[in-house]
Design a protein around this ligand. Structure first.
Ligand code: SAH
Length: 235
């Protein structure tokens, strides 16, 4: 009996320690990888501090969840480095009332970060198992304001457009016109653009009444933006 109580206490203590450890790692990540590199938008920092990144990576990657790098998430895809997630989020200058479209759901982590900041997030993933997995994960974790769809994000989500902001998390060789069309006047889009398998640049696109402004920001590497031949999934 005594032994089993000790074992139970030990188990509870291990769980407690594990949790604490991830919280501490997350705090450390925010300080050393984000604040130290100039991220200062309060909403972005709050979201990065509060979304449990270790619950968005495969079990064998959990210990590296807060490392300063992208990680594999299966199907040959990756979850971006924390700094890139924060940089892209901050650059969009989001307001609570914004409606945001993400192309490239992947693990669902970027969508969860957005969901902490804005009212509604729409996200499209082209790899069906990833779309299904992140939809379940986000639901289980209580992100009720995220809508996940399987399909080719090139076409955007016309029935929900226009959007205040669009974030593309796969490297495209050019900016898809349907996404520009689905931005509100005054809307912002951030997208990695460049030739495949070369370094691309994050580009900030701002839609004004009579013109589109494109600003080249930092160099980045992303998995490629791919295209789907068969009809879109409708889940
Ligand atoms: N934002 C993700 C990481 C994205 S990795 C996260 O937080 O985990 C890029 C993702 O874009 C991959 O999952 C890839 O399958 C997806 N992708 C590539 N081309 C796409 C397209 N045309 N439409 C939708 N998703 C696409």
């Amino acid at each position: 009996m005594k032994n089993s109580i000790t074992a139970l206490a030990c188990f509870i203590c291990m769980i407690g320690f594990g949790q604490e450890n991830f919280t501490a790692k997350r705090e450390q990540m925010v300080k050393t990888q984000l604040i130290a590199r100039g991220i200062n938008d309060a909403a972005t920092l709050f979201a990065m501090q509060n979304v449990p990144r270790h619950l968005f990576v495969p079990d064998n990657m959990k210990t590296y969840a807060y490392a300063d790098r992208p990680l594999p998430i299966g199907a040959g895809q990756t979850i971006s480095q924390p700094y890139i997630v924060a940089f892209m989020t901050e650059t969009l200058q989001l307001k609570e009332s914004d409606m945001v479209l993400e192309i490239g759901t992947g693990s669902g982590y970027q969508a969860a970060i957005l969901a902490k900041i804005v009212d509604s997030v729409y996200t499209i993933e082209i790899v069906k198992p990833l779309a299904v997995q992140s939809k379940d994960r986000l639901k289980q974790l209580g992100y009720a304001n995220v809508n996940v769809k399987w399909g080719d994000g090139y076409h955007g989500w016309p029935s929900k457009a226009p959007f205040d902001a669009i974030i593309v998390t796969a490297g495209a060789d050019s900016i898809p016109q349907p996404l520009i069309d689905q931005l509100k006047i005054g809307g912002r889009m951030i997208i990695p653009v460049g030739p495949h398998s070369y370094v691309s640049h994050l580009v900030l696109v701002t839609k004004k009444k009579n013109k589109i402004i494109k600003k080249k920001l930092i160099p980045v590497r992303f998995v490629p933006f791919t295209r789907q031949k068969e009809p879109d999934g409708n889940n």
